[in-house]
Design a protein around this ligand. Sequence first.
Ligand SMILES: CC(C)(COP(=O)(O)OP(=O)(O)OC[C@H]1O[C@@H](n2cnc3c(N)ncnc32)[C@H](O)[C@@H]1OP(=O)(O)O)[C@@H](O)C(=O)NCCC(=O)NCCS
Length: 344
Amino acid sequence: MRVRKVSGDNTVAAFNQGSFRRGGPQPHLWLGRIVAGMVEVRACADEREEQLSLDVYNAVWSHDAITMDEVRHFKAATTDHVDLVAWIDGKPGGSAFAAIMPHRPELVFVLSTVLSEHRARGAGTALYEAISDWTRERELDVLEAVVSDEDTKSLAWAERRGFAEDRREKGVALRLADIDPPRVEPPEGIEIVSWAERPDLAHGIYEVALEANPDVPGYEDEIPEPFEDWLVNDMQGSGDKPEATFLALAGDEVVGYAKFSLTAAQPKTAHHDMTGLKRAWRGRGIARALKATQIGWAKEHGYEELRTRNDERNAPIRHLNREFGYQPTTGRIYLRGPLSASGS
Ligand SMILES: CC(C)(COP(=O)(O)OP(=O)(O)OC[C@H]1O[C@@H](n2cnc3c(N)ncnc32)[C@H](O)[C@@H]1OP(=O)(O)O)[C@@H](O)C(=O)NCCC(=O)NCCS
């Protein structure tokens, strides 16, 4: 199965047949104009508008800020997606991104954000209705949405619309100035190298991912992507660097790996992306050696902070992070919910 690259043009055309409005009189009075007090939701027509959508997302979730490079890469990995802006009094005040992913074709993943100064004016509801219509057109009926675990108001907002918690990822951060680089002590017979040193081992990393990905709580049912798609989507984005990806080798066999996801939007923060081991090699201190290598690399390369989120049920990785001194910070609650009742 190959990832279907979507230009977005079809989506935009579908959306432009009628934009999504709230709070104003009859739609025909509003065509082509933005009037004070009105919320209008429109699909982004071009990359300039996509940047406005991203600006809202980055302002609301600055700890997860990314650049348009990462957005482009993520969009290319989707089966279908739409990027919306809620215009409030003619200014971008809210954004929503919805995607169908090849490894989870049964639901629509949604990231929706409204600037704090524009909340409680109907923008969130207008975005939710627009996403619901888009989802209905694709004959799906379940949304997966994300809220910050520190944002009780947004959680309550979603719960009032029938969303319920599916899983929870605890956020942790390590301030690198506060620690010395930990010693890297792999068990006997295991060598830690960077992927940049062994670019020939991509398929070996994939074999680890095939075993480790379904063991991450919350990801048990994902459909694995074929090697070529996985390589492009998971390993070759602008934030995926071979020199910041570390492999645990037993001879020439990759038995584990740990990679960062980096972004120019947060040049001093490195995000842990995936740490995974083949099942037979777990419980021997290999993940500990990989993580110690990552911490040392990040400190040496001028990063000030490491961040990650782990499912609350993922005891081994949370144990390791605690031992290295990671401290609690913002996490995420993943919710599942229905489409809005009132389609436009
Ligand atoms: C998470 C994972 C990488 C850990 O690999 P590992 O080889 O078992 O890790 P290590 O042996 O280096 O360390 C595991 C630590 O967790 C501890 N641990 C294991 N199970 C535990 C549990 N249920 N509760 C608490 N601690 C636990 C171990 O005792 C060990 O701690 P210690 O070094 O103080 O003894 C591995 O389990 C894995 O591949 N899981 C699937 C992928 C995944 O979930 N990755 C994390 C999300 S990115």
